[in-house]
Design a protein around this ligand. Structure first.
Ligand code: SAM
Length: 271
C-alpha cells in the first residue's frame, strides 16, 4: 500500500510542530519500521500508541499487522490519522484526549505499548505503568522513546552514576534494555539532545513486594546517595534493623546495592 510521504501529510494538514505539546516528529519510514519491530512480531497483536502526531509510527505499526489504538491530544492531527484509518480499514482506533487520563487496563488490556512522547509525559506514564500495585500488568511490553540520558537511567546497573530510583523501579519485576539510539537529526524539528528507545517486558517470576514500600526505601537511599545507608535509611522505620538481619553492611552507599538487595530490604519491612 502506498501512502503519501509524511512531509506531505504534515504540510497538507498544517501540522507545524508545537513546542508546548513537545512535538518532534519522525519522518524516516525505515527508522519507524525498525522501531515497530522492537516489540517483536505484531501481526494480530494490539498496539497502544501514545501521541501518534501525523502518524509515522502508527503507519509502521499498521504495516507490521498490529491492531492499533492511539491516543492523541492535538486535534489538528485527527484528519491525518483519519486517512490512515481509511488505508487500513478496521485496524486503527483513535482516541482524542490526554494519555495521562486513559484507563488502559479497561481500554487496551494486553497491548504492546509503543510511543515517542514528550519527555515529561513519557516519564510520568512509565512511573505509573511500572509502579502499579496490580501485577501482572495490563501491558505486554513497553517500547518507549526517551532522551538518551533518561533511557540510560532506566537500564542502569549498580555502581554507575546513572543507577537510581528509576533503574530499580524498571528492573525489579521487569527486564529493561536499551534497544536503539536515535540521533537528534532524525526528528523534525531536532531536539537539543540525543534520544534512545527502551524496551521493557514484565519478568516471568515477579517479586512479591509492595511497590510503595520499595519506593520508600529507594527514595530515602538515593535521596542521599553519597551517604552511607546507616545515615540515608535512618528516616525509614525498621530499615536499619532490616539491613542487620539481611547482613547488608550499613556502611555501603545506595548505588552499590543490587536491585535484589533493595527488594529484600522492602520485603523485610513488610507491606
Ligand atoms: N509519534 C509521532 C512521531 O513519532 O513522529 C509524534 C511524536 S511527538 C514527540 C509527541 C506526540 O505526543 C505529539 O503528537 C503530541 O501532540 C502528543 N502528546 C503530547 N502530550 C500528550 C498527552 N498527554 N496525551 C496524548 N498525546 C500527547
Amino acid at each position: 500500500m502506498t501512502l503519501p510521504p509524511l512531509r506531505e501529510v504534515i504540510a497538507r494538514h498544517g501540522l507545524s510542530a508545537s513546542k508546548a505539546l513537545g512535538q518532534n516528529f519522525l519522518l524516516d519510514e525505515q527508522l519507524l519500521d525498525r522501531i515497530a519491530r522492537i516489540p517483536g512480531p505484531l501481526a494480530g497483536e494490539r498496539a497502544y500508541e501514545v501521541g501518534p502526531g501525523p502518524g509515522g509510527l502508527t503507519r509502521a505499526l499498521l504495516r507490521a499487522g498490529a491492531d492499533v489504538t492511539a491516543v492523541e491530544r492535538d486535534r489538528r492531527c485527527l484528519s491525518a490519522l483519519a486517512e490512515l484509518d481509511a488505508a487500513f480499514p478496521g485496524k486503527l482506533e483513535v482516541i482524542e484526549g490526554d494519555a495521562l487520563e486513559i484507563d488502559e487496563a479497561t481500554r487496551v488490556p494486553g497491548a504492546h505499548v509503543v510511543a515517542n512522547l514528550p519527555y515529561n509525559v513519557g516519564t510520568a506514564l512509565l512511573v505509573r505503568w511500572l509502579g502499579d500495585k496490580d501485577w501482572s500488568p495490563w501491558w505486554r511490553s513497553l517500547t518507549l522513546m526517551f532522551q538518551q540520558e533518561v533511557a540510560e537511567r532506566i537500564v542502569a546497573q549498580p555502581g554507575t552514576g546513572a543507577y537510581g530510583r528509576l533503574a530499580v523501579l524498571a528492573q525489579w519485576r521487569s527486564t529493561a534494555r536499551l534497544a536503539m539510539k536515535v540521533h537528534r537529526s532524525a526528528f523534525v524539528p531536532p531536539p537539543k539532545v540525543m534520544s534512545a528507545v527502551v524496551h521493557i517486558v514484565p519478568a516471568e517470576q515477579p517479586e512479591g513486594v509492595s511497590p510503595a514500600r520499595l519506593e520508600q526505601v529507594t527514595a530515602a537511599a538515593f535521596g542521599q546517595r553519597r551517604k552511607m545507608l546507616r545515615q540515608s535509611l535512618k528516616s525509614v522505620p525498621g530499615a536499619l534493623g532490616a539491613l542487620e538481619s539481611l547482613d547488608i553492611d550499613p556502611e555501603r552507599r545506595a548505588e552499590t546495592l543490587s536491585v535484589a538487595e533493595f527488594v529484600s530490604i522492602a520485603r523485610e519491612l513488610g507491606v
